[in-house]
Design a protein around this ligand. Structure first.
Ligand code: DTP
Length: 407
């Protein structure tokens, strides 16, 4: 069977699968699961086109890795065929540890574990399955492989992961502020002292990239209605877990039921293989099928939250620079008790505060290095004459207050 296939990607056109091993990894059920995990959680409630998945993104990032490696080779850097395949596998698998609805439920089903740590564990498991053929890919992913620029292409302030998701998320949402010149940026890549650097001519494309990412965070990923949809999902799972812990047998797929019934957290997740087995069975469909059934559940909190989601009657969200006062939260909780005819202690499912943060550029970790014409290496924040690039390093925090419509 010919495994060197091409796949038609709506963003880049034809993407080549470069080797049989890459084909076999893509075919593995762990990877195929990504077809059913939306890249942007509940964002489609605001931008209806945003139904693309982690599967699309992983293939797109793989394609950019091929372009970047060919470019670096054309500039005289030695990258062996084995290293090229390993780097491609590493980026292909970088998000394999995402669970249902990606970031939206990252801390709900399993508390306290980052998807990157689950990716690392699943890559190790796959390495056993593929008889050690992923060892170099794992070293590149973990940053322990000697050519550290290969790791920087996967994880840094200007990595191919970010380049693909900005391109792809702006394509599928239709938000043009996220469009970046990915091909120009890749052409400006170089390696200096084993570090990934950008040639000075590329400064303007990098400025655009950093600003595009900032705009996508505030306009799409942290849009208040997206947050509203995601918070309903979080709260209804919290309620489902509470009911399950109290002995209620909720409709759920076996693997979802496992996470509802057991308290799986950072202390015990990796201790039992069963946890990972159930995790790799889950995707968006398990959650949404349950939500559709729970709409009719006799528990009023659970059914109300599920109805709010399925009928898109989302929380009203106020977002601002100041935290809501206790008085205002208490007032809204009392109003929710009257509106929904619930008990005062149940109001926390419907009225609550939270905060969100974003930092557009972090000059500390995996910073963007510009190779100046005189061979100096300068951080982008210093190399750019745009004074607001310095301010992109500030963490912006916003406070949110959620409550039901109709109050
Ligand atoms: P970054 O590189 O921005 O720090 P990451 O967590 O390293 O992000 P991921 O690919 O896991 O990389 O996440 C980025 C993708 O997820 C991108 O498509 C935007 C989306 N995203 C990030 N945060 C949220 C959120 N809170 N809600 C919905 N989508 C999100």
């Amino acid at each position: 069977m010919n495994k060197k296939k091409i796949i038609n990607d709506p963003v880049y056109g034809f993407i080549s699968i470069p080797s049989e091993l890459v084909y076999d990894v893509i075919s593995h059920p762990y990877f195929q699961r990504l077809r059913y995990i939306k890249q942007l959680g509940m964002t489609h409630l605001v931008y209806p086109g945003a139904l693309h998945t982690r599967f699309h993104h992983a293939l797109g990032a793989m394609h950019l890795m091929s372009l970047a490696i060919n470019l670096l080779k054309s500039k005289g850097h030695t990258i062996t065929e084995g290293e090229e395949e390993a780097a491609i596998l590493a980026i292909l698998l970088h998000d394999i540890g995402h669970g249902p609805f990606s970031h939206a439920l990252e801390h709900s089903l399993v508390t306290g574990i980052r998807h990157e740590d689950i990716s690392a564990k699943l890559m190790n498991d796959l390495n056993i399955y593929f008889e050690g053929k992923l060892s170099h890919a794992i070293e590149i992913f973990n940053g322990t492989y000697p050519k550290k620029f290969l790791h920087q292409l996967i994880s840094g302030q200007l990595d191919l992961d970010r380049m693909d998701y900005l391109n792809r998320d702006s394509f599928f949402t239709g938000v043009s502020e996220g469009v970046i010149s990915f091909d120009r940026i890749i052409k400006m890549f170089n390696v200096y002292d084993d570090d990934l650097v950008i040639e000075e001519k590329g400064i303007y494309s990098i400025e655009k990239f950093l600003i595009a990412r900032r705009l996508m965070y505030w306009q799409v990923y942290l849009h208040k209605t997206v947050i509203s949809g995601e918070m309903i999902l979080v709260k209804l799972l919290e309620r489902a877990k509470e009911l399950s812990a109290a002995g209620e047998n909720l409709f759920a797929s076996p693997s979802l039921n496992y996470f509802l019934k057991n308290d799986i957290n950072e202390a015990n997740f990796f201790a039992q293989h069963e946890n990972l087995e159930h995790f790799t069975n889950l995707d968006d469909q398990d959650i949404y099928a349950a939500v559709k059934v729970w709409v009719k559940h006799p528990d009023k909190i659970l059914s109300t939250l599920c109805k709010m989601l399925t009928s898109r009657n989302l929380y009203k969200v106020e977002m601002g620079n100041e935290k809501a006062s206790d008085d205002r939260v208490n007032f809204l909780q009392d109003a929710a008790v009257n509106l929904l005819e619930i008990k005062p202690e149940e109001a926390r499912y419907f009225v609550f505060t939270d905060s969100i943060q974003n930092r557009a550029y972090n000059a500390g970790v995996g910073n963007i290095k510009i190779l100046m014409k005189n061979n100096d290496i300068v951080d982008i924040a210093k190399a750019s004459d745009l004074s607001n690039l310095e301010s992109l390093q500030k963490t912006v925090e916003k406070y949110i207050l959620c409550y039901p419509r109709g109050i």
